[in-house]
Unconditional design. Sequence first.
Length: 273
Amino acid sequence: MLLTGFEGKVALVTGAARMRSIGRSIALGLAGAGCDVAVTGTDRPPEAFPEPERNAGWQGLASVATEIAALGRRCVTITTDGAANEGNAGRVLDEAVRGLGRVDILVNNAAASRGADRVSVAGLDPAVWDTVIGTNLTGSFQLSRVVARHLLARKEGGSIVNISSIGGKLMGARTAAYSASKAGLHALTSAMAQELGPEGIRVNAVCPGIVRTSRLDDLPDEAWDRIIETTVPLRRAGDPGDVANLVVFLCSDQGSWVTGQAWNIDGGQLTIH
């Protein structure tokens, strides 16, 4: 099936600066489908890049922009400080529209770093809680809010995809902040889908399982193998491109009757939810 509906469209993808990331793959997938793309990311110094990025000469958003240009599409890069506030969201939208003329698709992919939040609730620092909720949930709310206003004013429909996690459904121990942020994202997705559907704006969530990105580099190989063998029926970790393929479908004409859903993409780890 040839996916259609991207001619003349502009996508805004947050959290797309890392080489081995879901955000980068989504940005490239939408560009390959025919979108011009605005990408956001934090301004990390080169010394903070993981070793594979340094070895590859990775330059963050600039490298993503080069890849999108090679696909024949325009790209705007927008550096953010991660602050989840209305002013930051408004600036991101303004820069995207100023550079590319409009926004038709929003993919909320930016997420808080994994690590300090993976403790028991009794030991969870409230500041860490605030950071995770602020980045994963409030940041998505703020940008969805301003983009929804933009789409409503243009009266041409559109698509919003929130990158969530099966963690928002499993809600495991030592993941309280992360799980709460992703479960909240599902609620936000459902409410917005019902509110915006009459105007032709679709809102969905995508819930990846175990995906091989740089966020999980702290897991040793034996832990990877054990987790995959015991929890994933398809017996492999996901690739960022797997997630990108689903996002592109949801934003296409062929996905035009899908809204208000939280799609699992996890190799079968979580079924019938």
